[in-house]
Design a protein around this ligand. Structure first.
Ligand SMILES: [Zn+2]
Ligand SMILES: [Zn+2]
Length: 473
């Protein structure tokens, strides 16, 4: 390593130490404040009681998910520091040993904490909420509007997940997009902090992809914040819980209904069988429809990370590496057509070798190991969904649309639009129905909570801002 590189490493490490203590302290203090409030009768029990009283059961669900995330995150951070100590069997406190513990912890956490640190500062520089930016266009492009009946919420969530599936699939299958998404897949060990890692500009592109699908499908912007977005971020974070916290992560029978940590571990694996599968966040519906659903197979042990060689403590390579490689590959390729193709083809493609793609590698693996196929030809559902995916999707959607196509507006259902007390992004219309928003935030026990940008109605606690780094896939 040359001198500049060494100094840069020192700089990265220094920032990591600051980020590690700053974020950990934020989480720990918030956790204990909430615990303290709970003991005083104001915390979680009071929250849940209130939610049940007002029949805001979704809110109760999310409160539990957030608390679970808090506990799992602190648990995993503590456990990895402890693992670092354990690796040092002699436990002699000289500088060399401390260095080893630091190396271990930074191997696991440096990239995730630095990425989340960037995520804290980027919003200070780029002051707009991209969803607020596209909001005015929601009405403009809508062919119709769904109402607020309970079944419309199911439809809305499915449309939301479809928009998620589409951007997520595109970000795995188009080389240029993959550059933005690869940091999320780069950690070679999954911990819940992996949920924090997103390239800062990723969300700006994904929002535009999602918004087009959402608005065309009659999705209501008011349903997104806070309700649907809260599930997306809350559950999207929870499914990153590692084997350290939830051993099998299959969640029993729930694995048939929801995307579980075990499903998402598969998504983060680089094994031939697992690559480019499980793109959904909460409901496995679209993965099932499009044939990308892949349950964990006990025979194939997960190897986390991306297929290229990467030192996860080299943050520049971790965060920007795929961009550098793309530029290099484009430079080394002859012909404009090939240069463009490298840009838009799946990662691994080049004019000389067109078969080194995740899809081909996976197909070859399944051919060699037919026993590992999750769905056989005999499975009629798979047969039904395997072909003509697009017309069938349109057909299914239109069926649901017949039931939801109504422009009626129910005041009653609007009132039960729930508030996620941590991290509220609400709309002016919702605001009318929640005059006591500030009280709700205070009741949560977060002293540092604030309501920012009145226009877009955006508020969050610092701890949650650490949690809400973008899209959590
Ligand atoms: Zn993920
Ligand atoms: Zn992904």
């Amino acid at each position: 390593m040359n001198k500049t590189k060494t100094y840069w490493r020192y700089f990265e490490n220094a920032i990591f130490i600051v980020a590690f203590f700053y974020i950990s302290w934020d989480w720990i203090s918030n956790f204990f404040i909430y615990l303290y409030n709970t003991i005083l009768g104001k915390g979680i029990i009071a929250d849940i009681k209130g939610q049940i009283k007002t029949h805001s059961y979704n809110d109760t669900f999310m409160t539990l998910v957030w608390e679970l995330i808090f506990i799992i995150t602190l648990w995993e951070i503590g456990l990895i520091v402890f693992e670092g100590f354990q690796k040092e069997k002699e436990r002699k406190w000289n500088s060399y040993k401390v260095n080893n513990i630091f190396k271990y912890v930074s191997q696991k956490f440096k990239a995730t904490f630095l990425a989340s640190f960037i995520g804290i500062f980027i919003p200070l520089l780029i002051k707009f909420d991209v969803f607020a930016l596209v909001k005015p266009f929601f009405n403009y492009f809508s062919l119709f509007k769904i109402n607020f009946e309970w079944y419309s919420w199911i439809y809305a969530y499915l449309v939301w997940e479809l928009s998620t599936w589409v951007w997520h699939y595109a970000f795995h299958r188009v080389r240029f997009f993959w550059c933005f998404h690869s940091p999320h897949h780069a950690p070679d060990d999954l911990t819940i902090t992996t949920a924090w890692v997103h390239f800062f500009a990723e969300g700006f592109i994904t929002t535009f992809i999602q918004w087009i699908i959402l608005s065309l499908a009659g999705f209501r912007y008011e349903m997104l914040f806070p309700a649907i977005f809260a599930i997306e971020v809350g559950w999207g974070t929870f499914i990153h819980a590692s084997e350290r916290s939830l051993k099998s992560g299959r969640l029993g029978f729930l694995k048939h209904l929801f995307i579980t940590p075990s499903h998402h571990r598969v998504h983060h694996a680089k094994n031939a069988l697992y690559m480019d599968t499980n793109f959904c966040t909460f409901l496995p519906f679209w993965d099932w429809i499009f044939g990308t659903l892949q349950p964990l197979k006990d025979e194939v042990k997960i190897e986390y990370g991306i297929t290229r060689k990467l030192d996860t403590t080299n943050f520049i390579d971790f965060y920007f590496g795929e961009f550098f490689l793309l530029i290099k590959d484009i430079k080394n390729t002859n012909g404009i057509k090939n240069k463009v193709l490298i840009f838009i083809k799946p990662p691994g493609w080049n004019p000389q070798n067109k078969d080194h793609l995740a899809a081909t590698v996976r197909a070859a693996f399944l051919k060699e190991n037919p026993g590992l196929k999750s769905y056989t030809k005999q499975n009629f559902l798979k047969k039904f969904y395997a072909k003509k995916t697009l017309p069938k999707t349109i057909y299914l959607l239109s069926l649901i649309l017949i039931f939801t196509h109504a422009n009626s507006f129910s005041q009653k259902s609007r009132k039960v639009i729930f508030v996620i007390a941590d991290g509220i992004c609400y709309d002016n219309i919702i605001k009318q129905h929640i005059p006591n928003l500030q009280d709700l935030i205070k009741k949560r026990g977060f002293t540092q909570a604030y309501v920012g940008e009145e226009k877009d109605g955006y508020s969050q606690t610092p701890a949650i801002s650490a949690l809400k780094m973008g899209r959590h896939k």
